[in-house]
Design a protein around this ligand. Structure first.
Ligand SMILES: Nc1ncnc2c1ncn2[C@@H]1O[C@H](COP(=O)(O)OP(=O)(O)OP(=O)(O)O)[C@@H](O)[C@H]1O
Length: 291
């Protein structure tokens, strides 16, 4: 079966800057991949080459076997770029209806309006829309008619927390039903919530990739949270950091640390033990010099 994305050796230079170097990537149906990297790492350039908006200097891409940029490829993909640029004079209903008419699987617009909570906006001209309102329309457009593959470049930038949560549900549902999704985001918790795999790039080069399960398995550390009575401090050996009203510990051996806290009668309450968040795992892997 054709992969949603099959990319090999993608390279793009802008003068002296190598924005992306020798990037290979595969994405199948029912998979979601997160592209991670600091500002300027090359994520947008990589997406632009995958989508067919930029010609690579080297390497090649196929989207379900089609050349990116071809009519056949455009038919099977949805996109939310960083910059949207909708015509001011049009309403979201007009934009969505126009795009829907070109989709192979026409969407029921009422369902789309409900899913993306566009009701109050749907018939207003888009001139004067807030950044978050424009982004909601852009998201609806990307998923319109359930294309086989969706590209999302920082899809929730500027969205309020309610809309961010709604996006996560919609994205997971899309992937669970067989959609392929590629996402860049500076919200690492969003990548964690939506994606099964990550590819991390730094100065254009892939420095890490894997499933979140494998990456977590590499890192046995746990995050312990607890509170103490007013005026009490945690013992020095546990190296706890204050967090909100309580304390937080990154522990390589949470069982041993907890037993010692009990033995030493540390007066903790509200105990929580969780896996490390993705951003903490990656920051540890970096500190340990593995990437
Ligand atoms: N059109 C361009 N002309 C010159 N340099 C460019 C151009 N587009 C990107 N670059 C450079 O290529 C590098 C990668 O940029 P890119 O936008 O892909 O990064 P990014 O990972 O998406 O960053 P951000 O998280 O800030 O959006 C940067 O150094 C950027 O300055």
């Amino acid at each position: 079966m054709q992969k949603a994305i099959e990319a090999r050796g993608l390279t793009k230079r802008f003068g002296a800057v190598t924005a992306v170097e020798n990037l290979s990537l595969q994405l199948g149906e029912g998979e979601a991949i997160g592209l991670l990297g600091t500002n300027g790492a090359g994520k947008t350039t990589a997406l632009a080459m995958l989508m067919g908006l930029r010609m690579p200097d080297a390497g090649e891409v196929r989207l379900f076997g089609h050349l990116p940029g071809s009519a056949a490829a455009r038919e099977v993909m949805g996109v939310t770029p960083q910059a949207t640029g909708f015509p001011d004079q049009l309403s979201p209903r007009e934009v969505l209806a126009y795009a829907n008419a070109r989709r192979k699987n026409c969407a029921n617009l009422d369902d789309v309006i409900t899913a993306f909570a566009l009701g109050p906006l749907i018939n207003r001209r888009m001139a004067g829309f807030s950044g978050g309102e424009v982004r909601r329309v852009a998201l609806a457009l990307a998923f319109l008619g359930r294309p086989g593959l969706v590209f999302l470049d920082e899809p929730t930038a500027g969205l309020d927390t309610g809309a961010q949560d709604a996006f996560r549900v919609i994205a997971r549902d899309y992937v669970a039903k067989g959609g392929a999704l590629i996402l860049t985001s500076h919200h690492w918790d969003e990548i964690e919530a939506v994606c099964d795999r990550i590819t991390m790039i730094d100065q254009g080069r892939k420095v890490m990739e894997g499933t979140l399960t494998d990456i977590r398995a590499r890192m046995q550390a746990r995050q312990i949270g607890f509170t103490l009575p007013e005026g009490a401090a945690p013992p020095d050996w546990i190296r706890a950091r204050p967090q909100g009203m309580g304390w937080r510990v990154e522990s390589d051996d949470s069982d041993t640390d907890l037993r010692r806290m009990v033995t030493e009668k540390v007066p903790f309450s509200g105990l929580t033990i969780e896996p490390l968040a993705l951003k903490d795992i990656i920051s540890r892997i970096r500190k340990e010099g593995c990437i």
